[in-house]
Design a protein around this ligand. Structure first.
Ligand SMILES: C[S@@+](CC[C@H](N)C(=O)[O-])C[C@H]1O[C@@H](n2cnc3c(N)ncnc32)[C@H](O)[C@@H]1O
Length: 260
């Protein structure tokens, strides 16, 4: 498993905390009755699992993720006897592998990282009746990443294709609807979920980028220190700072759901 998904605390400060805000709205949107069995694919540190446990009154939630580090973090962080976490990549998903069929399968900020997305969605469809996912709007509305990638491309034009807005071009309503249709879902719906991402200072914004968790930080870490500094200065000059130094951005995710 790539080390870009291994250190739970650093991931939490970069994206996990914002995923938790999206997860709350996403679970409310799914609007499922109490007492169901849920599966959280690519559960990471447990952001979406926690929202399911606190909002949906499930009978059980299984969280699976290929990262041993994240699964270990989730086991320690989510103290709830209805939840269990297992190391498992999406390519190995099956009803047996997750301990039996479930009612609802969810995946937060995961689909774009799975190499064979139609296969993963088909596997999810076989395991559960309702499947829901969300991904960041990398190309436009995920502002904290947009500022980073646009500065990075200006400093290192040859690396422009590393921008997640380019590597994940299907992270929009049409792209998600196409993937769900290809996997055989019906009643496909999409919606935007926008959450505030507020930083008390530029350092609070920048420090999570230094931890190597996720494509942007992993890319930054691969660069020469002088190049990293140039990107940092350009981002800082462009971010809209309030007089007290705080920075108020928003992050948009696209959510999709379908029934099998
Ligand atoms: C951005 S994190 C999202 C974690 C969590 N769901 C959340 O919302 O905070 C992406 C997650 O996808 C997982 N992942 C990467 N490749 C995967 C694959 N092939 N199958 C399943 N999960 C994968 C990573 O280990 C990581 O936990």
């Amino acid at each position: 498993m790539s080390s870009q998904w291994s250190q739970g605390e650093i991931y939490e400060s970069y994206v996990g905390r914002w995923s938790r805000l999206v997860a709350a709205e996403f679970v409310a949107w799914l609007d499922q009755p109490a007492g169901l069995r849920w599966l959280d694919v690519g559960c990471g540190t447990g952001a979406l699992t926690t929202a399911v446990l606190t909002q949906a009154e499930p009978s059980a939630v299984v969280g699976v993720d290929p990262s041993e580090g994240f699964v270990g973090f989730a086991r320690g962080a989510v103290a709830d006897e209805r939840a269990r976490f297992e190391v498992l990549p999406a390519a190995e998903l099956s009803t047996d592998a997750v301990g039996g069929a479930v009612d609802v399968v969810v995946a937060g900020l995961v689909l774009n990282f799975i190499p064979d997305r139609p296969d993963a969605l088909r596997r999810m469809r076989e395991i559960g009746r309702t499947v829901g996912v969300y991904v960041w709007d990398y190309a436009e509305g995920m502002q904290l990443m947009r500022y980073f990638w646009e500065a990075a491309a200006d400093v290192v034009p040859d690396d422009r294709e590393r921008d997640e807005g380019r590597t994940f071009p299907f992270c929009n309503p049409a792209g998600l609807e196409g993937l769900f249709a290809e996997a055989g879902f019906s009643d496909i719906e999409t919606r935007a979920i926008v959450v505030p991402t507020v930083f008390e200072s530029f350092d609070a914004y920048w420090t999570p980028f230094l931890g190597g968790q996720g494509p942007g930080p992993a890319y930054l870490r691969s660069l020469h220190p002088n190049t990293q500094t140039a990107i940092r200065h350009l981002v800082e000059s462009r971010l809209p700072a309030n007089p007290d130094g705080s920075i108020e951005l928003t992050a948009r995710a696209w959510a999709a759901r379908g029934t099998s």
